[in-house]
Design a protein around this ligand. Structure first.
Ligand code: NAD
Length: 257
């Protein structure tokens, strides 16, 4: 097992990448703190793990709130005695996020609060826990849009993921000497709820697929496997990376016919 005796906290564990990662990390031997604002989904994630022989607790936390982030980290140490892996994965993509002219301040502020401040607060309270554990791995979910612009704009989302990428690099440099690694996991377009509710017609889907050399959307399980590598000691020399798992989208100029 690749995460034997490790304790992992995963935000956004009720759905998509977070759900798949929680299940995979548990199968690999980690104890899981599953965090979400959707209690039903978060509890379901934990029930699935515990009924399959794993060990998990659910903690409700809105990652944009400092007190919630403090409490989720405290819950990890209270339940399992330490924290080794912090996966700041929760994020939102607002339906009304658009270009600079049409994006409201409210949508901008909400997106920044969850996607950027949420990662900051996770680290603010999580880094001291990793220090107490003697080191660990932080994985922050950014996106391929942190390095590529799209003509189908989601300006607040894109800016927020750029911030996560830059923040992850700096955290990696600051904490490199403390045995704490920090990487930005950058998924390409995935066949998850978050993207599919936005690409709600076949035409919109095809408009995106044409840019992906592999010709398909990624699966949340494929991102979970990348997270497993970054969480485990197999990636012991990997820190500060822009870890793209994107079907080649950022490598492409012209895609295959
Ligand atoms: P998802 O919508 O399936 O799951 C996100 C989960 O986060 C949900 O369970 C939701 O309840 C939870 N959440 C939302 N706001 C929260 C908050 N304030 N506090 C705590 N939990 C909260 O999304 P996903 O596709 O699994 O995306 C996970 C991450 O991956 C996000 O950061 C997203 O931006 C990023 N990402 C997704 C894609 C994609 O195509 N789906 C691509 C690149 C990056």
């Amino acid at each position: 097992m690749r995460l034997k005796d490790k304790v992992a906290l995963i935000t956004g564990a009720g759905s998509g990448i977070g759900w798949q990662t929680a299940q995979l990390f548990a199968r690999e031997g980690a104890s899981i703190v599953a965090v979400d604002i959707n209690d039903k989904a978060g509890v379901a994630c934990v029930v699935e793990i515990n009924s399959s022989g794993g060990s998990a607790v659910y903690v409700r936390a809105d990652v944009s709130r400092a007190v919630d982030c403090y409490n989720m980290i405290a819950a990890a140490e209270a339940n399992f005695g330490k924290l080794d892996i912090l996966f700041n994965n929760a994020g939102i993509s607002h339906a009304d996020d658009d270009d600079a002219i049409n994006t409201s301040e409210a949508v901008w502020d909400l997106t920044m609060a969850v996607n950027v401040k949420g990662v900051f607060l996770g680290c603010k309270y999580g880094v001291p826990a990793l220090q107490r554990a003697g080191g660990g791995s932080i994985i922050n979910t950014a996106s391929f849009v942190a390095v590529l612009g799209a003509a189908t704009p989601q300006l607040a989302y894109t800016a927020s993921k750029g911030a996560v990428l830059a923040m992850s690099r700096e955290l990696a440099v600051i904490h490199a000497g403390e045995n704490i690694r920090v990487n930005a996991l950058c998924p390409g377009p995935l066949r998850t709820e978050l993207l599919m509710k936005y690409l709600d017609t076949e035409e919109k889907k095809q408009r995106r697929l044409v840019h992906i050399p592999m010709g398909r959307f990624g699966e949340a399980e494929e991102i979970a496997k990348a997270a497993l590598y970054l969480a485990s000691d197999e990636s012991s020399f990997v820190t500060g990376s822009t870890f793209l798992v994107d079907g080649g989208i950022t490598a492409a100029y012209v895609t295959p016919e």
